[in-house]
Design a protein around this ligand. Structure first.
Ligand SMILES: C[S@@+](CC[C@H](N)C(=O)[O-])C[C@H]1O[C@@H](n2cnc3c(N)ncnc32)[C@H](O)[C@@H]1O
Length: 142
């Protein structure tokens, strides 16, 4: 297989986050607050059966982050660590990943609790959290 270096990968958001958090600053309240994710209508059918799951992963784009440091101080324990050993919003590909509680789905709108993305954040993907999914078959065949 040919290894492709510096390949540009383009993505369009599938939807956007709506909540009360307007600035990209750490706020503990995010982890207990409710957010809405409004999907573009063209993707609504992709939500079929998502309520089979009580938790979902939300992948999003840190659109208000600038730059990154490969080595930086990690928030949760203060350790000087590599960016890939941290959850920093300042990272090479600006991708965020959060496991949230799925509260409700109405049409193209999901209501979730615990999303640490601010208002207007572009959402790249949504995936269900499957208990024990690292065990194998579920993850590979889902
Ligand atoms: C520490 S990051 C962790 C995000 C996710 N749980 C992860 O691990 O990828 C969460 C912080 O990112 C910042 N943030 C949220 N949405 C953002 C956005 N759209 N652009 C830039 N920073 C954002 C906020 O300050 C928030 O407290």
């Amino acid at each position: 297989m040919e290894i492709r270096h510096n390949e540009l990968i383009q993505m369009y958001p599938i939807g956007y986050v709506h909540n009360i958090f307007k600035e990209a600053i750490f706020d503990e309240k995010m982890y207990s607050s409710v957010s809405h994710i409004v999907l573009k209508e063209e993707f609504q059918d992709g939500l079929k059966d998502i309520t089979d799951f009580s938790k979902i992963y939300v992948l999003f784009y840190f659109d208000r982050s600038e730059g990154y440091n490969l080595i930086q101080k990690r928030r949760y324990d203060g350790k000087i660590a590599g960016v890939f050993a941290s959850r920093s919003p300042r990272r090479p590909n600006s991708i965020g990943l959060t496991l949230v509680e799925l509260l409700e789905v109405k049409g193209n709108m999901l209501t979730v609790r615990g999303l640490d993305a601010i208002d207007g954040t572009p959402v790249l993907d949504i995936k269900p959290f499957i208990e024990n999914d690292m065990a194998g078959d579920d993850l590979r065949s889902a």
